[in-house]
Ligand binder design. Structure first.
Ligand code: ADQ
Length: 464
């Protein structure tokens, strides 16, 4: 009998491509929420090590950290290219973000996607006991639940999709769409960020498989029964608000304010990704400078966007686009003593970012599609209640469903961005306070713990 066999009660097993194992700082957010849940439930977290090696084992290596067990595995170069860069990030990511034009449909990729999902199924299978709960995260593992079922595991198995579920006709652009969607239905519960994502998936299942909604709200799809759960992810609101008052935050804000002088700061913080609408944001700022000459020299836009997944060609292209746009805008509108756009292609610690948010008069969050967008929530959490900054938020971010008191914009319309920035800069303090209070109240109510409890409650209700 192995050590695992001896453990009694229900254990939580989380699966995600990357885990928080060995991370120096895991302050706030998903990592902490999952970690706490796992520590409470004798948990195990399974994921990729981040290493690429010649002959990776099919097994995972166990380690323990602060009450959580980790099972971490490596990928080969082919698996990394085919599964991670290929199918996950060159097929699923673009299509789910409505960018079929950027997808690369190479049938080899899917082979590796299946291979890695099988590998993880095997790792889970070796460790899972019948009354354990397996909570799988994100688009890398759409097929994992299905494979676990094929492997004969009938325990509780849930999935949370962090990115959007697109309109059915967009999802159908993926050659393997039916297999992926049926795979999803092997999970007992599928959590989605927004009501729109849920409606898209339900519509797809109805159209494609004639799915039937049962009286208890679950869907019956080709002999499988799945609950679709609207479960928008939150942040550690109070923790983030506190971080904005601490020393690293103050120091970062102080450094930036030396550069700003008495200008108003407009900030953007993103991973550099084409889904985040960065060129559109820069164009919006150009439109602002064009329409409102009175703001020249009065505001400074700082965009923080470290490169991500830089080996994928599309990201290199985006970087060039941003370099060219910021150069053009600074050339057109800048002056001897004013740089309109500062673009910093590097990451900062979240503690520092919290201070920058608090310093800002407005934050631009302009994704063309986004599952949720946590930057929008962090910005609000970091504000000074007496003198809060204004959130400018894309109608295409999942967060827009919850954050209605933000200034909602259409990122494709640069005039809408320009006018919103002008309105934010001019907004009277009473209106800023009212908007902020209502946004903050919701962030406290629906924080990261609310999210995990909502999902876990659904999970625990599944009969074993
Ligand atoms: P992401 O696409 O990574 O997440 P987002 O929700 O914005 O996007 O979260 C990014 C996190 O990274 C935030 O905590 C933010 O502070 C941090 N971050 C971003 N840019 C940074 C920078 N330049 N420097 C330092 N930190 C930075 C996916 C989905 C989202 C969904 C989340 C969670 O795409 O839609 O909200 O998962 O479910």
């Amino acid at each position: 009998m192995t050590e695992d066999d001896e453990k009694q009660g229900s254990r939580l097993i989380a699966v995600s491509n990357r885990t928080a194992a060995g991370q120096e700082s895991r302050a706030g957010g998903l990592a902490v929420a999952l970690w706490d849940t796992l520590a409470d439930m004798n948990g195990l977290w399974i994921g990729w090590s981040g290493r690429i090696i010649d002959y990776p084992s099919n097994r995972a290596k166990s380690s323990h950290e602060d009450g959580v067990e980790f099972a971490i595995t490596d990928y080969s170069r082919h698996q990394y290219d085919g599964f991670y860069l290929g199918y996950s990030n060159s097929v699923l990511w673009p299509v789910m973000h409505n960018r079929i034009d950027l997808a690369v449909f190479d049938s080899e990729y899917f082979r590796f996607y299946v291979e890695i999902n099988e590998k993880f199924s095997d790792i889970v299978r070796r460790r899972a006991q019948p009354n354990d709960m397996v909570w799988v995260h994100d688009y890398h593992f759409l097929l994992l639940g299905d494979m676990l079922r094929e492997d004969g595991w009938n325990g509780r198995c849930g999935f949370f999709l962090h990115i959007p579920f697109p309109a059915p006709e967009v999802f159908r652009a993926i050659p393997e769409h039916r297999r992926l969607a049926l795979g999803l239905c092997a999970y007992n519960v599928v959590g989605l960020q927004s009501g729109k994502d849920l409606a898209n998936l339900a519509q797809y299942l109805e159209e494609e498989f004639g799915a039937e909604e049962l009286p208890d709200g679950r869907f019956r799809v080709e002999g499988r029964t799945v609950r679709l759960l609207h479960c928008p992810i939150g942040i550690d609101t109070e923790g983030f608000a506190r971080a904005a008052l601490e020393e690293p935050a103050k120091k970062a804000a102080h450094s930036l304010s030396k550069f700003l002088g008495d200008r108003d700061l407009v900030i953007g913080v993103d991973r550099m990704d084409y889904s985040k609408g960065l060129p559109q944001r820069f164009e919006g700022m150009a439109e602002l400078f064009d329409r409102y000459p009175e703001v020249h020299g009065k505001i400074s836009f700082t965009q923080i966007a470290p490169p991500s997944r830089s080996v994928v060609e599309e990201y290199a292209h985006l970087r060039q686009q941003l370099d060219a746009l910021s150069g053009r805008i600074n050339g057109d509108y800048g002056d001897l003593d004013w740089i309109p756009i500062r673009y910093l292609a590097r990451g900062y610690d979240r503690e520092q970012i919290a201070g920058l948010y608090r310093l800002a008069k407005a934050c631009l969050v302009t994704p063309l599609q986004d599952g949720m967008n946590l930057v929008a929530k962090e910005f609000v959490a970091a504000q000074d209640p007496e003198d809060p900054g204004v959130l400018i938020l894309s109608q295409f971010a999942g967060a827009a469903e919850q954050m209605k008191e933000a200034l909602i914009i259409n990122p494709y319309d640069s005039a809408s961005i320009a006018d919103a920035v002008k309105r934010a800069i001019d907004m009277p303090v009473e209106e800023r306070q009212q908007r902020w209070q209502s946004l903050y109240r919701n962030l406290i109510e629906q924080d990261i713990n609310w999210w995990r409890e909502r999902f876990m409650a659904e999970f625990e209700a599944i009969p074993v």
